[in-house]
Design a protein around this ligand. Structure first.
Ligand code: GTP
Ligand code: MG
Length: 242
């Protein structure tokens, strides 16, 4: 293992970060050395962003990244894809949705498969997130599709978890039961341009008994994103002082 790749990754070189992630993902010989580094004095804040397929998670991240870049924040976005046959379009979707950031020096984006060779959560995903804690980012945003237990597992690793829903999510009580509702710190009702958004938002606020936890967005139009960013900052500050 060539140490200079790791040093370059730790100083923020995106190509070297990409190389290191691939080495970890492929379990290349000596990959463990990439995980041993002590995290930065100020490691990135890990934000889990999850929700049902097609809720607009990638669109939302794309819009949020614009707000964060305007604040000169350094951001890594990891899209964890279940890569089931039902969901084969997602990797491409992430790429199209966040295309404009690939040349932005402040932003690093990578898609990963969440499924290991033997089924279950790919153990490399956790290792990669751990590795990224030793790289110079302010935020590490992890997009997962909130359908199963492995996604809840990833959410638990995060400092803050955002659950993205849509006005049609009323029937998704089942996926709420899967435990996501307990791990979520903030609920986004995306696609608030759609009919039923107000009703669903009211119902959600009532069932949560906490209206501060709900934000309405229209990711495609950038509506509500500043508010989302402010809520996240407030929640993080509150957590710090607990
Ligand atoms: N009407 C409306 N459509 C939206 C909004 N945000 C996203 N979409 C659309 O919803 C579709 C899915 O968006 P994505 O951002 O790929 O959703 P996702 O949750 O990342 O999808 P997966 O990663 O495949 O689960 C796309 O066609 C978007 O254009 C919104 O606020 N309003
Ligand atoms: Mg997506």
């Amino acid at each position: 293992m060539d140490r200079s790749i790791l040093d370059a990754a730790h100083s923020g070189d995106k190509k070297s970060i990409a190389r290191c992630i691939s080495l970890i993902e492929n379990r290349a010989q000596g990959y463990e050395q990439l995980l041993g580094a002590s995290p930065k004095a100020k490691p990135p804040i890990t934000i889990g962003l999850t929700g049902p397929p097609g809720a607009g998670k990638s669109s939302l991240v794309d819009a949020w990244v614009a707000v964060l870049v305007a604040q000169q924040k350094r951001i890594a976005v990891i899209c964890v894809d279940p890569s089931s046959p039902l969901h084969s379009g997602a990797l491409l979707g992430d790429r199209i949705r966040m295309n404009r950031w690939f040349d932005e020096p402040l932003v690093y984006i990578r898609s990963l498969s969440s499924r290991g060779a033997l089924g279950g959560l790919n153990p490399a995903v956790k290792d990669i997130l751990q590795f990224l804690l030793s790289c110079p980012f302010d935020y590490l945003i992890v997009e997962t599709v909130g359908v199963g237990q492995s996604e809840v597992e990833i959410a638990r690793l995060a400092d803050l978890t955002v659950l993205v829903m849509v006005p049609e999510s009323g029937d998704e009580v089942q996926f709420m039961k899967a435990g996501l509702i307990e791990v979520a710190d903030l609920f986004v009702v995306n696609k608030s341009d759609r009919p039923g958004a107000d009703l669903f938002t009211t119902q959600l606020k009532n069932s949560l008994h906490d209206s501060d936890k709900v934000v309405n967005t229209i990711a495609l139009e950038g509506v509500g994103i500043e508010q989302l960013d402010q809520r996240v900052t407030t929640i993080l500050n509150n957590k710090k002082h607990k």
